[in-house]
Design a protein around this ligand. Structure first.
Ligand SMILES: Cc1cc2nc3c(=O)[nH]c(=O)nc-3n(C[C@H](O)[C@H](O)[C@H](O)COP(=O)(O)OP(=O)(O)OC[C@H]3O[C@@H](n4cnc5c(N)ncnc54)[C@H](O)[C@@H]3O)c2cc1C
Ligand SMILES: *[C@@H]1O[C@H](CO)[C@@H](O)[C@H](O)[C@H]1NC(C)=O
Ligand SMILES: *[C@@H]1O[C@H](CO)[C@@H](O)[C@H](O)[C@H]1NC(C)=O
Ligand SMILES: *[C@@H]1O[C@H](CO)[C@@H](O)[C@H](O)[C@H]1NC(C)=O
Ligand SMILES: *[C@@H]1O[C@H](CO)[C@@H](O)[C@H](O)[C@H]1NC(C)=O
Ligand SMILES: *[C@@H]1O[C@H](CO)[C@@H](O)[C@H](O)[C@H]1NC(C)=O
Ligand SMILES: *[C@@H]1O[C@H](CO)[C@@H](O)[C@H](O)[C@H]1NC(C)=O
Ligand SMILES: *[C@@H]1O[C@H](CO)[C@@H](O)[C@H](O)[C@H]1NC(C)=O
Length: 527
């Protein structure tokens, strides 16, 4: 074993640095020329829509955002909640910002909000059949992987090495080929094809699948291999992550809204888009059906809603123009492809205020619990965000958030959720029951709007220009459900596709595009 280690230490491997996608029109002007007005409609005020808005507004575009909810932020939102005699900001759910979120990091700098983020390095896991793990990647590849295996109380070095270091699918990862090769099988099928040792699969690979909110039994092997590249292999720090020290309204969305408003962006809340108005000659989307301002005209539309919403809007649009096949036919062409894309199973996020705090030394700020269905993760908010830290300090209480992905208990009242998850909570933190913690308040979110990355779905995933390819000349997509030409996922895919959407518009007007910094498409290389 020592000789394997020694051998690996002397062999050079090549972590792949991120790549910059430069503007295709570097010599064009930085912004719209004076006197030129371009009106842009952005549908959806989540991360994708806000990212597109930032780039376009900064370059002189007249941007209007229509958001159906009474708040921006989409699946990363933070809203007010009254309990225990005070107003709380409650997130849709706890989020982690990863090392490879290069475009998000750029946005954070421009909004001057880095001060609200702190690192969280080791990731703590508990399992049913293994000892707890605290996984931190240190040093360059392959030492980072070796270190993880070496420190693990569960993994046997030689088996794990055979599993990973010799595995071309990981070390010679190639983003441009991975979907073609592996989207036709599930993660489990891939693992048995490649004879991945069970412990290595259960401890390192399977937990990553749960963060996608997808059903582990059907998730595409290709999508998961991409995630391994993004969150683990491309860089020795790839698994480093940060958390916010303030609620997401303070840490992220208020600074973002202020910046947009300083450029004159109009954000219309409670404003749900139902269908687009189309120009009879050009087939462009020029407005929305029940706009209250007569004669308003948009030069461009960014479709930045979640997947179910954009399917609805486009279905309504096609119906409205069914007597004009030259218009409806183009919209139907878009629908024909994206109709095949599904949403992941429903999920809940439950935040609970208790009168006591855990004494258990395993009470980590964030604990991942991949085998304790229906709980995937527990976050102790009184150790994370300022308002919660202060309350816990005053009262001795605690606030814990339980992420309940692939919820299989149907439509139940919020009051019943704790009862359903109690058996799993008891296994994770028995102390809550042994010491008779009292629940002082709780808040439950229930949604089903997360893109499914099930096997076989990749070929139906459009990129941001797909509507243009279908003959709608002025409309672009943005959102975490799209295909990108580089590895990306979740929040980073949302902001990156927002920037891509803006770039398509900039190119049409011959305004210099904004560069993107993206994770390398290639694995660290064979030893
Ligand atoms: C519990 C949970 C935990 C997560 N954890 C992480 C994490 O740790 N790291 C990470 O990177 N990602 C995480 N994510 C994923 C991340 O939140 C999403 O990938 C990202 O927020 C998606 O942004 P988006 O702009 O593409 O879509 P959305 O946020 O869904 O934005 C779409 C917007 O469109 C609006 N809209 C819908 N219909 C209409 C309409 N008809 N008219 C106008 N507006 C409309 C919606 O209200 C919404 O604001 C997590 C998600 C959840 C739910
Ligand atoms: C900018 O957009 C707003 C809102 O859509 C509109 O009222 C205004 O007239 C536009 N400005 C110009 C110069 O077109
Ligand atoms: C949006 O609707 C909510 C709930 O009806 C209301 O409280 C809020 O004031 C509205 N916001 C705006 C900006 O219209
Ligand atoms: C998946 O596709 C590859 C490449 O086209 C093929 O070799 C393989 O047999 C397919 N596997 C399954 C399970 O369909
Ligand atoms: C359009 O009308 C519907 C139904 O009255 C409403 O819910 C929606 O918010 C309106 N949208 C806009 C953009 O005004
Ligand atoms: C609350 O904060 C004060 C000041 O930082 C500290 O001295 C005290 O120990 C804290 N109390 C609790 C219960 O954490
Ligand atoms: C918790 O409650 C049970 C039942 O009421 C009681 O038997 C037990 O002593 C209590 N435990 C503590 C630590 O208070
Ligand atoms: C989107 O896909 C089309 C067709 O495959 C391709 O030509 C185009 O370059 C892609 N655009 C982006 C931004 O990736």
């Amino acid at each position: 074993m020592a000789s394997i280690l020694a051998l690996l230490c002397v062999v050079e491997a090549f972590p792949k640095p991120p790549r910059t996608i430069p503007p295709v029109n570097p010599d064009d002007p930085q912004r719209l020329p004076p006197g030129v007005t371009r009106n842009v409609l952005i549908v959806g005020g989540g991360l994708a829509g806000l990212s597109a808005a930032l780039e376009l507004a900064e370059k002189g575009y007249n941007v209007t955002i229509h958001e159906s909810e009474s708040y921006v932020g989409g699946r990363a939102h933070s809203v007010k909640f009254e309990a225990l005699g005070q107003i709380w900001q409650v997130e849709h759910g706890f989020h982690a910002w990863f090392h490879n979120y290069h475009n998000f990091q750029d946005i954070r700098k421009r909004l001057d909000i880095d001060k609200y983020f702190v690192p969280w390095e080791a990731v703590d896991y508990i399992f049913k059949d293994y000892k707890p793990e605290s996984i931190a990647s240190k040093g360059p590849y392959p030492l980072n992987l070796l270190g993880i295996i070496f420190d693990s109380p569960n993994l046997v070095l030689t088996d794990a090495l055979k599993a990973v270091l010799a595995l071309p699918d990981l070390v010679e990862f190639d983003y441009n080929k991975v979907y073609q090769k592996y989207d036709n099988m599930t993660l489990d099928e891939w693992a048995s094809l490649r004879r991945i040792p069970k412990d290595f699969f259960d401890i390192i690979i399977a937990p990553a699948a749960s963060v996608t909110l997808n059903d582990k039994a059907t998730i595409s092997a290709a999508e998961m291999l991409m995630m391994m590249q993004l969150y683990f292999l491309s860089d020795s720090k790839a698994d480093y992550r940060e958390t916010a020290t303030q609620n997401y309204l303070t840490a992220l969305f208020n600074p973002w809204i202020n910046k947009l408003q300083s450029f004159g962006v109009e954000i219309k809340l409670n404003s749900s888009v139902t269908a687009f108005v189309m120009d009879e000659e050009s087939a462009a989307f020029t407005g929305i059906t029940n706009d209250t301002t007569p004669g308003r005209y948009y030069d461009y539309v960014v479709m930045a809603t979640d997947l179910p919403a954009i399917k609805n809007i486009l279905t309504n649009t096609a119906e409205m123009y069914q007597n004009k096949p030259s218009l409806s036919g183009r919209v139907e062409k878009i629908l024909q492809k994206i109709t095949n894309l599904n949403v992941a199973p429903p999920y809940k996020v439950m935040r609970v205020w208790f009168d006591m705090q855990l004494e258990d030394s395993r009470a980590k700020t964030i604990l991942e619990t991949p085998n304790f269905v229906p709980i995937n993760l527990v976050a102790q908010y009184h150790k994370l965000e300022k308002q919660y830290i202060e309350w816990a300090n005053k009262t001795g209480g605690s606030v814990m958030e339980f992420h309940l992905y692939t919820w299989a208990h149907g439509d139940v009242p919020d009051a019943n959720v704790w009862g359903i998850i109690s058996p799993a909570v008891k296994q994770i933190y028995p102390e809550i029951f042994d010491r008779n913690f009292t629940i002082l308040a709780y808040h439950v979110n229930t949604y089903q709007n997360f893109p499914s990355f099930e096997m076989g779905s990749a070929s139906f995933r459009p990129n941001c220009t797909f509507a243009m390819q279908c003959g709608i000349p002025n409309a672009v997509f943005a959102g975490d459900w799209l295909h990108t030409s580089y590895p990306s996922a979740l929040m980073e895919r949302a902001v990156s596709t927002g920037r891509e959407a803006a770039n398509e518009i900039l190119l049409k007007d011959r305004v210099k595009q904004v560069p993107l910094v993206v994770t390398s498409s290639y694995g660290p290389g064979i030893l």
